[in-house]
Write a protein that binds this ligand. Structure first.
Ligand code: AMP
Ligand code: MG
Length: 408
């Protein structure tokens, strides 16, 4: 409060503005199924066959015809059907067929009676229950019908899709090549891990977070390291990234400090918008085009960099990669303690969500300063507080967004 927030750009406007400009830029290639893990499907997949491909037994038991059971007499076992070894013999009246789970049911089968509901005396099988037509039979095409659409273009192939594709006998798929993303950190104060710090230096931490998130997204990362606040070196780095990658993500240097040369350079090299977002953390943000690559300039403060990547850059990169994107679920939870908040910006506070006695409860991780990284590392969710909302009292309902996707 006390400062004018009316000129700030709402997150949803920023997101829409970006997405409207972006299109998929990754060509497709055909890969053997095992190599396609983590890739994005380039085409819809329709099932080339029915699953299951034949009527089969859901139980270990006996295949029967209902007419044979009408008299109530025991049936004689005519033979056996195993998974992979169908029964092919005669099936005379008054007989049943011993059958195992997954075995094709012999032609004429009305039902399978589970073993536990029978008594065997040699080959004479007594049925203790009266089966219903169709019982314990998994029908051909019951799961997936031939020709039915099973996966849409844009689906990222994970452990959930791989066995599905294999069950359809699909040996190779058309997928997008990975999006190539260049990254660098800017700032004279930044030193790489593994080197000593002089007074005034800090370790470059943002690149490790950005890399980790790109990795989870399946992007190829071109890491250009730390670039000092020096116009010539910055220019070289921008041009190299523009030549070699589909997109460039930098952190730092997009606010209005004296050493923030990036703005000047970017205005010269491309068409970049410098936005002040109505979100906290993460106010300064830059987006636009270099001659060949898209550019995303994240704030330098570590928590702001992570949150703006997660909320804004992730959906944008997904669109470039041809990947369908859905935000994680948002849920209501009870604030277990008061939360500091001033109206004016949409807050992504970092919280700890627990299952309380009366439902979900959330607490703050403590200081919400955008430089305090422990606020993120100790959190398991965002507490999303609406732009106009003020201080939250204990017991109020708030919206939480559990970490899933990138911040796992
Ligand atoms: P800037 O946006 O460049 O003005 O940076 C804002 C704050 O974030 C400053 O305190 C920087 O030292 C810090 N910062 C910028 N880049 C990084 C980085 N890569 N790792 C850790 N802190 C950073
Ligand atoms: Mg800086």
């Amino acid at each position: 409060m006390g400062f004018d927030t009316s000129g700030l750009l709402p997150l949803s406007d920023a997101l829409q503005g970006m997405l409207a400009q972006l299109d998929g830029c990754c060509e497709s290639e055909q890969l053997p199924l095992p190599e396609a893990l983590g890739r994005v499907l380039a085409m819809d997949i329709a099932s080339p066959l029915s699953v299951p491909p034949f009527d089969n037994s859901a139980m270990d038991g006996y295949a029967v015809r209902l007419a044979d059971l009408a008299g109530g007499a025991p049936l004689i076992m005519a033979g056996k059907a195993f998974a992979g070894q169908p029964y092919q013999g005669e099936w005379p009246a008054g007989h049943c067929v011993r059958i195992m789970t997954g075995a094709p049911v012999p032609a004429g089968t009305d039902a399978v009676v589970m073993q536990e509901e029978t008594q065997a005396d040699g080959d004479r099988i007594t049925f203790l229950t009266t089966p219903v037509s169709g019982q314990n039979i998994r029908r051909r095409g019951e799961d997936i019908r031939e020709g039915a659409s099973v996966l849409a273009a844009g689906t990222c192939l994970t452990a959930r899709e791989m066995p599905l594709l294999a069950s359809l006998g699909i040996a190779s798929v058309s997928v997008r090549r990975p999006l190539k993303v260049a990254i660098f950190s800017t700032g004279d104060e930044l030193k790489p891990v593994g080197t000593p710090l002089a007074h005034g230096d800090i370790y470059d931490s943002n690149r490790y977070g950005v890399r980790a998130m790109l990795d989870r997204m399946g992007c190829d990362c071109l890491d250009l390291g730390i670039i000092p606040d020096d116009p010539a070196q910055l220019r070289d780095a921008f041009l190299k990234a523009d030549r070699e990658a589909d997109a460039l993500i930098t952190t730092g240097g997009v606010s209005v400090g004296e050493a923030d040369f990036t703005k000047q350079l970017l205005e010269e090299l491309g068409e970049i918008g410098f936005w002040k977002l109505a979100i906290k953390p993460g106010k300064p943000f830059a987006f636009g085009r270099l001659p060949h690559a898209w550019f995303f300039g994240l704030p330098g403060n570590p928590v702001s960099a992570m949150v703006t990547f997660d909320q804004l850059v992730q959906p944008a990169l997904a669109k470039l990669a041809g990947q369908r994107f859905e935000r994680p679920l948002q849920l209501p939870a009870i604030a277990a303690e008061p939360l500091k908040k001033a109206p004016g910006r949409l807050d992504f506070q970092r919280g700890i969500l627990i299952q309380g006695q009366n439902g979900l409860e959330v607490r703050s991780t403590g200081s919400q300063d955008s430089a305090v990284f422990s606020s993120l590392s100790r959190a398991n969710c965002y507490i999303v507080l609406e732009r106009e909302r003020g201080r939250v009292a204990a017991g109020e309902t708030v919206t939480v967004e559990p970490f899933g996707g990138l911040l796992l």
